[in-house]
Design a protein around this ligand. Sequence first.
Ligand code: MG
Length: 339
Amino acid sequence: MRYQFKFRPYQRRFLRSLTTNHGNWDIREGIILRLTDESGKVGWGEIAPISWFGSETLEQALDFCRQLPAEITDEIIFSIPDELPACQFGFESAREWGETRLIASVLGSEFFSMPNAQCPMPHAQFYSALLPAGKEALNQWETLWQQGYRTFKWKIGVYAIAHELEIFESLIHTLPASTKLRLDANGGLSYEEANLWLWTCDNLKANGELAPEIEFIEQPLPVEQFQQMLELSMSYETAIALDESVATLGQLAACHQQGWRGVFVIKPGIVGSPSRLRKFCQQHKIDTVFSSVFETAIARFAALQLAAELSRNNRAVGFGIDHFFEQEETWLQSLCNSL
Ligand code: MG
């Protein structure tokens, strides 16, 4: 199959700066692309790299798009190198755009209108909502709860551990016991701190307190300390999820091969080829959580399709991020119309 190819970069400011252990993030930049096949059918795709997380840079993605001819083929799409995982995702999902629309109708009743397609937006209870780091979380969760969210993610490893443990104590006594809480360290803990967090979470369960379930601690240690995380995952009840360690398909396969049987956080937007991801997940039946890379509705659409196909164990998907951006419909619509 041959496709007419067009693309356009975009920039989008967060309503408030996003703080993680990697620092502050103010502007999301990416590329919207359009493929028109020989029959005139249009497919949309989005390249939304996060280079500090392990994908290519925006500049590398732009260079790749710029050197492509105006007409491209399936051969070109399926031979995008592994060094450009966000491009692999953007092009393959644009190519699949027509097929995925069919699945959208099964996913939920609340729909969000998109150029030439509809984006599935299941009810908030299927999403995990991101709380701000530090004590701000205490003031934010209630609004999100009222919007229907029941799973929350809180960033840890941002402030001193004693301070965060204090806030954690308040948080678990404030959150309704029916909620689930994920703690995301973004690789920012020391080995001792990771032990302390895991011990604290295990104790919470052991004491039988009426408190939210700690679903998992995400990426407690830096990527290089895989063996220590493997050891921690066998020493505590509380589950550990790998995120930064499994940013791309190659890393995911390597961690699985080295014995990781905990949770894998998959960010479809940067993990690489959707077709190869499908194959891997189906073959190895891994425990996955799907998560956002702060993409627009275009990549979110494709990512949620993958999540719906490949999620196991009923885990909420980490796309509860709408409160971080202004409403996107208008600017995205006009960007798409300009292509
Ligand atoms: Mg994470």
